[in-house]
Write a protein that binds this ligand. Structure first.
Ligand SMILES: [Zn+2]
Length: 341
């Protein structure tokens, strides 16, 4: 039988989950669990190493991993990272439940991985699927800010890059939930007053990352104007940016009604006033476009700004109407940023 390891049979041992047996090795006389003995016998990776691999894996999967059963892809993915042999991958533990007269078999590798995840949760590096479900409605392991920082360290990525990476964290996701679930106000004030009072930098950074995440997720990682959707070759960051309609420099709020997802080119063109949005959420291009010298604002043969002016193109919007840009923010942009004459 593949994966069966010659080891003191659990039938000889007391029943229950925490089986223990006295195991005397040549090197050290010690009392070791059945599971611990198998881990050693099969030269499985250490719990610490598995924890690190799990953090790196979470990082590579945008901060989230679906709750894993033994058949899940992620279990094989991390096994491959350690180049585990067939024997190591397929070994299982047997637990005898005498009263119920049954033997439960659990994959040793899967158990090790689960224990590593649980240990990370105890250290506040990840949130457990039972916690994450309240946030995302999915049973997932998710990095916390602490886990995110540790993953950055393990991968030698400077912390300054944190804001540009599309990695989720439990705390940022809490902000995303708050931003996207709040009730749409009728009389919306797009200017922030709280910035003057909140001095805690960490909170502001979380809020900024939550804003970015909420906006680009709502627009499905796509530029609302041209539809550009692109990520970096390492899958770690999206090209699209979360633009403020009332900019930060004018105390614009970090919330969904003051946000729109734009590619870098359209973000710049919006911020500098080349185009704005109409009340029915179409683009309107500055008449100054006529004064551009020939060959300006053109990509290959595509006239990227003029193309928008032809028929006042409707922008690409999120699914839910409640999170569309707010007219009060748009009006401000039209009156204060857009070049109308
Ligand atoms: Zn664009």
């Amino acid at each position: 039988m593949i994966g069966r390891v010659n080891y003191p049979h659990p039938k000889l041992l007391p029943s229950g989950d925490n089986l223990k047996c006295a195991r005397f090795t040549k090197q050290h006389r010690t009392f070791m669990s059945y599971e611990g003995g198998m881990l050693e016998e099969l030269k499985m990776p250490s719990r610490k190493d598995v924890e690190e691999a799990l953090l790196i894996s979470l990082f590579k999967h945008q901060g989230v991993i679906k709750e894993f059963g033994s058949g899940e892809e992620i279990v094989d993915e991390i096994a491959s990272y350690f180049t585990l042999s067939e024997l190591q991958r397929n070994a299982f533990l047997e637990t005898v439940y005498r009263k119920e007269n049954r033997v439960k078999k659990v994959s040793l590798w899967h158990r090790l991985l689960f224990r590593a995840a649980a240990s990370l949760a105890n250290e506040d590096m990840v949130s457990r699927p039972t916690e994450t479900i309240h946030l995302t409605n999915r049973r997932e392991w998710m990095l916390t800010e602490k886990g995110f920082d540790t993953a950055l360290m393990l991968m030698n990525i400077p912390e300054a890059k944190k804001d540009t990476l599309g990695i989720k964290s439990f705390e940022v996701q809490q902000v995303v939930k708050k931003i996207t679930q709040n009730q749409r106000p009728e009389h919306y004030n797009p200017f922030s007053e709280e910035k003057k009072t909140i001095k805690i930098e960490r909170e502001l950074r979380l809020r900024a990352r939550g804003f970015r995440q909420a906006v680009i997720e709502a627009y499905d990682y796509t530029c609302a104007v041209c539809g550009m959707k692109m990520y970096s070759p390492d899958f770690l960051s999206w090209e699209v940016e979360a633009a403020h309609i009332v900019p930060h420099s004018f105390m614009g709020k970090d919330d969904i009604w003051n946000g729109i997802a734009l590619c870098r080119l359209h973000h710049w063109a919006f911020d500098t006033g080349w185009f704005t949005l109409t009340n029915d959420l179409k683009t309107e291009v500055s008449p100054k476009i006529r004064l551009l010298p020939q060959g300006f604002g053109v990509l290959s043969n595509f006239d990227f700004i003029k193309a928008l002016s032809e028929k006042n193109t409707p922008i690409i919007l999120p699914e839910r109407k409640e999170i569309y840009p707010h007219i009060n923010a748009i009006n401000w942009h039209r009156e204060n940023v857009f070049f109308q004459k």
